[in-house]
Design a protein around this ligand. Structure first.
Ligand code: NAD
Ligand code: UGA
Length: 409
């Protein structure tokens, strides 16, 4: 098939590379000319494990352009532009603008596939604006394992108005071998928000249990997670207590669905509570540091990790950045280190970051920070992602999320 991909960000680029690898001819369109120029010269603008290699391997089947006219002969056009939340509400201008551009160039029988995360009813609007058949096919990939998730998803959700349109999208993803869930477009759109909200709620739940464990001697939240996670009805995933969820999706999607639900008179109280719990997480790291270190004014603190999670250079809504802001408000001098991401703070090597500072907060779950207990000797340390072995730490200068104090024998 000849496939168009509109929006060459994390989702669009991964989808382009994966579909080209399946033998499709892919035309990727983005309004960002620098991004397109770079991609056309083989420069990948994002860090995602395996993506450079997959783009290079399939370069003969991939074309990148700012020109929508190049989509005039595609069979299917995927929309994967950003859908941010602005003032608590979903901002649909990028989707609408892309839809209007597509309406001008696509063949009448071309299919539009909505991959961007949009509220129930949006695909219907795009169908009206474009006069083309639209299928909702939400994306469930995670940054850091995006290619693996895209090739081997837990399920593929396809929401269509007509069986024929749904069948075309099903044929594209058949190679994954994943269970296919056929729905209405509105159901598919809702499934995406319900999934992200549920995962965010699981993390907020275990983070509240972590707060409680910190007040109980001899009680470690990781053991609680292990003990409940083996119950198949609960599952072990998304029970890692820490400094909370960030990223380009959970924060914006939970807010968007919450506002949408309230506008319909049916507030999502569990989602609202999860957001509230999450908003308190960055402060928790600083509170724990002050418990062991005292006032932070004028003192140097190192933040390890600025990406919103491990294995990505993405810092959108990163909890680490919020921790840095709170440290600065407390008057601390902040330095940071991250293996991939950049931030508006003094960034130095990991060794320098630790050596220069009195206090250290681990804010991102990078594997690089495992096994560094020796390097941290003499420092005040808060393990915000549970990467360190408490038995190797000086417990008078150490706090870890969800770790109750050891019992006195
Ligand atoms: P992104 O911000 O990384 O990329 C979006 C791209 O769209 C940008 O390059 C931008 O220049 C381009 N764009 C904006 N308006 C355009 C237009 N009118 N025409 C052409 N290009 C345009 O976004 P992303 O993280 O890839 O997310 C895209 C969508 O997928 C969002 O709705 C998001 O919620 C959803 N999603 C993201 C992830 C993820 O892990 N990042 C996972 C699942 C779903
Ligand atoms: C998330 C979902 O997992 C994807 O299924 C979804 O497609 C995507 O959002 C999206 O809609 O964009 P992503 O944001 O890339 O993916 O990363 P996650 O692995 O879900 O992590 C999100 C945040 O939760 C991170 O800040 C991470 O540190 C935190 N987290 C995750 C925890 O604190 N504990 C956990 O157990 C899991």
């Amino acid at each position: 098939m000849k496939i168009g991909i509109i929006g060459l960000g994390y989702v669009g680029l991964v989808t382009s590379a994966v579909l080209a690898d399946q033998g499709h001819l892919v035309v990727g369109v983005d309004v960002d000319s620098k991004r397109v120029e770079g991609l056309s010269c083989g420069r990948n603008p994002i860090y995602e494990p395996g993506l450079d290699e997959l783009l290079a391997k399939n370069k003969d089947r991939l074309q990148f352009t700012t020109d929508y006219a190049k989509l005039s002969d595609v069979d299917v056009a995927f929309i994967s532009v950003s859908t941010p939340t602005v003032n608590g509400e979903i901002y649909l201008e990028y989707v609408m603008s892309a839809s209007k551009s597509l309406a001008k160039v696509l063949r009448k029988d071309s299919l539009i596939v909505m991959k961007s995360t949009v509220l129930p009813g949006t695909s219907r609007k795009v169908r009206e604006i474009t006069g083309r058949e639209v299928v909702s096919n939400p994306e469930f990939l995670k940054e850091g394992s995006a290619i693996k998730d895209s090739i081997n998803p837990d399920r593929v959700v396809i929401g269509s108005y007509t069986k024929e349109a749904g069948d075309v999208v099903e044929s594209i993803w058949k190679f994954t071998g994943a269970p296919i869930v056929r729905t209405t477009p509105e159901e598919a759109e809702m499934i995406k928000y319900a999934a992200n909200s549920f995962l965010a709620m699981k993390v907020s739940f275990i983070n509240e249990i972590a707060n409680l464990c910190e007040r109980i001697p001899n009680c470690d939240v990781n053991k609680i997670a292990e003990g409940i996670g083996l119950d198949k009805r609960i599952s072990p995933h998304f029970l890692k207590a820490g400094l909370g969820w960030g990223g380009s999706c959970f924060p914006k999607d939970t807010l968007a669905i919450s506002t949408f639900a309230r506008s319909l008179g049916t507030p999502l109280r569990t989602v609202d509570a999860s957001i509230q719990v999450n908003n308190e997480r960055p402060k928790r790291a600083v509170t724990l540091l002050k418990e062991i270190m005292g006032q932070l004014k004028g003192r140097k603190v190192c933040v390890l990790g600025v990406a919103f999670k491990a294995d990505t250079d993405d810092t959108r809504e990163s909890v680490a950045l919020k921790v840095i802001d709170i440290l600065k408000e407390e008057g601390a001098q902040v330095v940071a280190y991250d293996p991939k991401a950049k931030a508006n703070v003094t960034m130095v090597s990991m060794e320098q970051c630790i050596d220069e500072s009195e206090g250290v907060i681990i804010a991102t779950e990078w594997n690089h920070f495992k096994g560094i207990e020796d390097k941290l000797r003499g420092k005040y340390v808060v393990d915000g992602r549970r990467l360190l072995d408490p038995s190797k730490m000086d417990l008078t200068k150490f706090r870890a999320i969800g770790l109750g104090t050891p019992s006195i024998q």
